[in-house]
Design a binder for this molecule. Structure first.
Ligand SMILES: Cc1ncc(COP(=O)(O)O)c(C=O)c1O
Length: 342
């Protein structure tokens, strides 16, 4: 470790306070039956692996746990008594924040958009859990209103003498992304044990913290030759810029200069955020039937659709080792037909 050109950054990484709520290492599993099915169909398929961050555990799991362990540790150090964050009404980030705040005994306020749907008779699963975890929920019409409402509520509480931490969307700030620098280190150790050298790592990218942490961590720990983020919502240029900025911020936190070149694919988004895509639904069915693993329709299904399409296009060959990073979110599988959009 000390011989690494990044030994200073690795030492810095250990210094940041971190809560320990996830269950790590999350497993890396091989997907032999998926590979066999694809080979039957296309005549070729890389060796496929999956990183089960749907099993992180806290708040029913997913990628947000790793980021929030750093961000909420800092909030605790700062003496915070109220946490405010935002997201869509089915937000995985909001749900995990609510669960971890419950465990910390912190007041949690969630500003969630999609106020157009009343949810009288039926509620999305994540939204029900937000309430069960005791979060206070403010519903707003859209993303713009979300931002202004968070600022207004924070200002009001601060004026009343509260110590408030506002967690930006997805906890996608450099401090949160450290969770995925650490995850990259974890994955590298697992892959070394398996004797696998990765060519590609595919995952879903949206607010950017996951990819920034993986891109930064990849420079420190050499996990994969290429990291491919797949967008479920915004255009590639917008997400790439966000990821690059967070990556540079991670470099500043760790005292190291990091390359911020990133790859984000936006051709698998389909009709829009929160709207299941036919390719994503096919990918979900294929993985479920071959390996008994379920994806979610909003994020991971679209990322897997991208991976499968790259195999179809011949961009990934039988000689490649490819890891799909499962970022969770499966509660979104259970939605009412009239409530697909977020
Ligand atoms: C299940 C799931 N996968 C992937 C992502 C994308 O992660 P990030 O926001 O860090 O880019 C999110 C959050 O938006 C998510 O909830």
């Amino acid at each position: 470790m000390n011989s690494s050109p990044f030994s200073h950054a690795l030492a810095r990484l250990q210094e940041f306070p971190r809560l320990s709520y996830g269950h790590y290492p999350t497993p890396i599993e091989e997907l032999p039956r998926l590979r066999a099915a694809i080979t039957d169909d296309l005549g070729t398929c890389p060796r496929l692996f999956i990183k089960r961050d749907d099993y992180t555990g806290a708040g029913l799991g997913g990628n947000k746990v790793r980021k929030l362990e750093y961000v909420l540790a800092q909030a605790q150090t700062d003496g915070t008594n109220v946490v405010i964050t935002c997201g869509g009404v089915k937000s995985n980030h909001a749900r995990v924040t609510a669960a971890l705040c419950a465990r910390l005994g912190l007041r949690c306020i969630l500003v969630l958009n999609n106020a157009a749907v009343s949810y009288q008779d039926w509620k999305p699963a994540s939204f029900s859990l937000d309430e069960l975890y005791g979060a206070e929920i403010i519903r707003v019409a859209n993303r713009d209103e979300r931002r202004t409402t968070v600022d207004a509520v924070a200002a009001e509480l601060r004026a009343a003498g509260k110590n408030v931490t506002v967690i930006p969307l997805g906890a996608s700030i450099p401090l949160g992304a450290l969770g995925f620098v650490r995850a990259a280190q974890e994955a590298k150790a697992q892959l070394d044990t398996l004797g696998v050298s990765l060519d590609y790592l595919f995952h879903c990218t949206s607010s950017g913290g996951t990819q920034a942490g993986l891109v930064a961590g990849n420079q420190l720990f050499s996990v994969a030759k290429q990291i491919i983020g797949v967008s479920p919502d915004d255009p590639s240029a917008a997400i790439s810029a966000e990821v690059a900025q967070i990556t540079r911020g991670v470099g500043e936190l760790l005292g190291v200069s990091l390359t911020d070149t990133v790859t984000v694919l936006d051709e698998y988004t389909g009709a829009g955020y929160g709207i299941p895509s036919p390719a994503g639904e096919q990918a979900t069915a294929l993985l479920a039937r071959t390996e008994g693993i379920v994806l979610d329709p909003v994020y991971t299904a679209k990322a897997m659709a991208g991976l499968l399409d790259w195999i179809r296009q011949g961009k990934l060959t039988a000689q490649d080792n490819v890891l799909f990073w499962h970022t969770g979110g499966q509660l979104a599988l259970f939605y009412a037909p009239e409530d697909k959009a977020i």
